[in-house]
Design a protein around this ligand. Structure first.
Ligand SMILES: Cc1ncc(COP(=O)(O)O)c(C=O)c1O
Length: 437
């Protein structure tokens, strides 16, 4: 049995100086204790108690090249020698933009920020400025960062149309409720609901924003034809379609979800896997929308925007991923296919109701009696505590996975990692099946 005494001691100490003892609330959900990491390399993390983990959290998505990949380390070291941030323009911004324009179908021009939250803020501002309208449609269960203007408490309702339903609630205390006055929350993957809302309120709606694949809630794919119909209708009505690809960008392939699904939004937000672990995010899209920034109609600021340390890491990461026509994505996908198949076999052996949704290099596992989960409502009916217990058992045995059930694969994961993980999963499934008899 692993000891977590140093992590426990550090959390206590951390609580004296850091509010909550962690730097993002989500990290508090790690059991038995939010672990303190000493170092990480490739697919392995080592905590302050000397425990080693095969890592599938991958920093919640950014580490698509694993930890401390030589290509990223080299790029950062070289750049650090010649300057970390200038508050002025540099070649790296252009080189990175060219790569993004080359790979992400909807992008003609980009603008840089540091986090996904900021990128979403900018995309919404551009959409409102471009259309001269105010209202934004978002979907229950999708996550677009923690900004006051977009963050909503999940409604958990089966088929809510909350535009006419006063239950659009802030996600947290301290949030400005009025900031959500122009937000409409709809259930995703239900075309009738959005069709009616778009028809009824077409003159007020600036944008529809969504994760094109609902990665934050179950890695759920859009239903056949759903995105196509939304694309068609938003185009017809002059409404901006924003794909929030902070997770899916450079993860579902070089062109993200939009390339995989063959739907071009007007704007896209990218973050996480775009910069190999450094804080850089991107808004990209049609030139005539992005040029609102050029014309100074839309203000976009940020001291650290596009800093060379981050752009150098992003260029190194994209170059590595793009090698040999992005062949590494097929490698990762095959690994996931094999891993998921074996997980499913193990689950059925232990009679555990496991459902897996996979999307190329990321997948979600949940315990549910449903054979297919296509809506946030169904997703919410899963047995959350059972999976969270599995995540705890796995951590105790040396596998780090998010308690929510999302697994990230990197270019550095190997068949050997998967085999070792499966042995541990077998042991944990055995224990879990006894506990949940
Ligand atoms: C789809 C999506 N959009 C936006 C964000 C916010 O990004 P950040 O945490 O970098 O602010 C996230 C973060 O998980 C996300 O998954």
């Amino acid at each position: 049995m692993k000891s977590f005494s140093n992590s426990k001691m550090l959390l206590k100490k951390s609580n004296q100086y850091l509010a909550a003892g962690v730097s993002s609330n989500l990290r508090l959900s790690v059991k038995p204790v939010p672990i303190f990491i000493e170092k990480a390399k490739g697919t392995k993390m080592v905590d302050e108690d000397g425990n080693e983990y095969i890592d599938y959290i991958m920093a919640y998505g950014p580490q698509i090249l694993g930890h401390s990949h030589p290509a990223i380390v080299r790029a950062i070291q070289e750049q650090a020698e010649i300057g970390q941030t200038f508050g002025a323009q540099h070649q790296g911004e252009i080189d990175l933009a060219k790569r993004i324009v080359e790979f992400v179908p909807c992008v003609e021009k980009v603008s840089y920020c540091s986090t996904g939250t900021e990128a979403v803020q900018l995309a919404l501002r551009l959409a409102r400025a471009y259309t001269g309208r105010k209202k934004i449609i978002r979907f229950d269960g999708h996550y677009h960062g923690w900004n006051d203007t977009i963050s909503t408490k999940s409604t958990d309702e089966k088929n809510s149309i909350s535009y006419i339903n006063p239950k659009v609630k802030p996600a947290t205390n301290g949030q400005c409720e009025e900031a959500l006055n122009d937000i409409i929350v709809l259930p995703w993957n239900n075309y009738e609901v959005i069709e009616k809302t778009l028809k009824d309120h077409k003159e007020e709606i600036a944008a529809v924003i969504m994760e094109p694949v609902m990665c934050n809630s179950g890695c759920i794919s859009p239903k056949q034809g759903y995105l196509e119909k939304i694309r068609e209708m938003t185009s017809e009505l002059g409404i901006i379609l924003i794909f929030d690809e902070v997770i899916t960008g450079f993860r579902l392939g070089l062109g993200g979800a939009q390339e995989k699904l063959n739907i071009k939004p007007d704007l896209v937000t990218l973050g996480k896997a775009v910069a190999g672990g450094l804080p850089l995010s991107v808004v990209g899209g049609k030139e005539n929308i992005m040029d609102l920034i050029s014309n100074n109609e839309v203000v976009h600021m940020g001291t650290l925007n596009g800093n060379p340390l981050c752009t150098s890491a992003a260029i190194a990461s994209i170059n590595y991923l793009a090698n040999d026509n992005g062949r590494i994505y097929s490698y990762m996908k095959h690994l996931v296919d094999h891993f998921v198949l074996e997980l499913e076999k193990l689950a059925s052996r232990f009679e555990l109701p496991l459902l897996v949704n996979k999307q190329e290099t990321v997948f979600h596992t949940m315990f549910t009696s449903e054979r297919e989960v296509t809506s946030y409502y169904q997703f919410q009916q899963r047995n959350k505590s059972m999976f969270s217990r599995l995540a705890e058992l796995l951590l105790l045995e040396g596998v780090a996975v998010r308690p929510s059930g999302l697994w990230y694969i990197s270019t550095e994961h190997t068949k050997k990692d998967i085999e070792s993980t499966l042995k541990i999963v077998e042991k944990c499934f055995h224990k879990l099946s006894k506990e949940y008899k």
